[in-house]
Design a protein. Structure first.
Length: 184
């Protein structure tokens, strides 16, 4: 998947990841991507031209802080972007310097809306996350074989009639004792 031109940029589905360079220094980056709930100021949301943006679905980074893994490695290993989809864009991604922001499609609450990034944002690319592996593997343990039916439910404990008669007898003795104590 080639990067999407900024003028045709859509939020995409929940598995879409957008990378933007941010023309801000590190200190200003954090203020830019922080949602101030007391004033509802959210500069990143405004710069993307959207009404809703879940701040838990965005990642800010300073490229130089990713020296060990690089920005492309962070996208693949840290965010989960499919490496085969960004392969041709790796030179461009790793050439970036300064502040970047990564916005996941889930930040738009599943809405498929146009994004209109404006300064200080520059759209670098949009890609998809790697599909999560299925965990629906058949169970192989011997105890997992067979089927469950209503008859396989835990049987009720057998009733102990002796205990029942014992409780009735104790109750009668107490009742007789109360009755004779009341007449004495």
């Amino acid at each position: 998947m080639n990067p999407i031109p900024a003028n045709d940029l859509m939020s995409g589905n929940r598995d879409t990841v957008h990378l933007f360079s941010v023309d801000r220094d590190e200190v200003a980056l954090w203020a830019f991507i922080d949602h101030d709930r007391s004033t509802d100021q959210f500069p990143l949301r405004e710069a993307l031209g959207v009404d809703h943006l879940d701040d838990k679905q965005i990642e800010g980074a300073v490229v130089e802080d990713l020296a060990g893994i690089g920005l492309s490695g962070f996208l693949v290993e840290g965010i989960g972007v499919d490496r085969s989809l960004i392969e041709q864009d790796i030179p461009k991604i790793d050439a970036l310097t300064g502040s970047v922001v990564i916005v996941k499609g889930a930040a738009f609450d599943g809405a498929h809306i146009p994004l209109m990034p404006k300064s200080p944002l520059t759209h670098v690319g949009s890609w998809h996350l790697v599909a999560a592996p299925s965990t629906l593997e058949p169970l192989v343990a011997e105890t997992a074989k067979g089927s469950v039916s209503q008859s396989a439910a835990i049987p009720a404990a057998p009733r102990n009639r002796y205990s029942l008669w014992m409780l009735i007898g104790i109750g009668l003795i107490l009742l007789i004792g109360l009755l004779f104590g009341a007449f004495a």
